[in-house]
Write a protein that binds this ligand. Sequence first.
Ligand SMILES: [Zn+2]
Length: 251
Amino acid sequence: MESKSEIEKGTRVGIGWFYNACGKCDQCISGHENLCPNALVSGINVKGGYAEYAVLDANYVTPIPDSIGNIEAAPLFCAGITAYSEVRRINPSVNDRIAVFGVGGLAFYAIQMIEAMGAKAVAVTRSHAKVAEEAGASEIVEKPSGQYDGSIVFAPSSSLVNDAVSAVRSGKTIVIPAVMGKIEIPFSSFTWEKNITSVASGLRKETRAVLDMAAGSGLKSMVHRRGLSEANEVLSELKNGRIIGRAVLVP
Ligand SMILES: [Zn+2]
């Protein structure tokens, strides 16, 4: 049976890395389409991303509110959604203190989201205190101290993971989006029911929530506008840490 989308003709829409899912498996039916084993990824399983045009599945696109320009919207569909999924895994309560390890493009959004939810973001960074300040972090420290109500590790470093796990209270959550290599954590660091989790962004309801949040409270973006023809150069700059924030390629 052909499904019908509610997206009207001419609507400005976007997608992130998550292209679509099967819509029929247990994960899809229970509202976890981001965990669908048959999900397709744009730029890997289907063409899209570095192009002027792309064919999308109308059931899996998200409308962009009028108040958000294309350049600001683009990174929301990648860094914005991922940061939101991470913060949602912790689900902070008002006045909770959430430690954010490693400040860059993703943390820039996560800090704003934690603060917008009424919790306090504690940025743990040695080199990007200014970025954390710009994002509105309640506290900026070089090393974690005390006990936090959750933590997110943005720096892809195994050595920071142990600090992040040790720094949360019993029963709280540590989100690790991506670590290069293996993680070694002593059991004593995560006793008392601490939860260590990864994140799979792409839920449509979370994507809509990010766009709503940006349209409402006005999430700030650190965006560098570059030409599509500069794609290779930009990727190399990102790899070498020369771009803080997110680069948007414009045809
Ligand atoms: Zn599925």
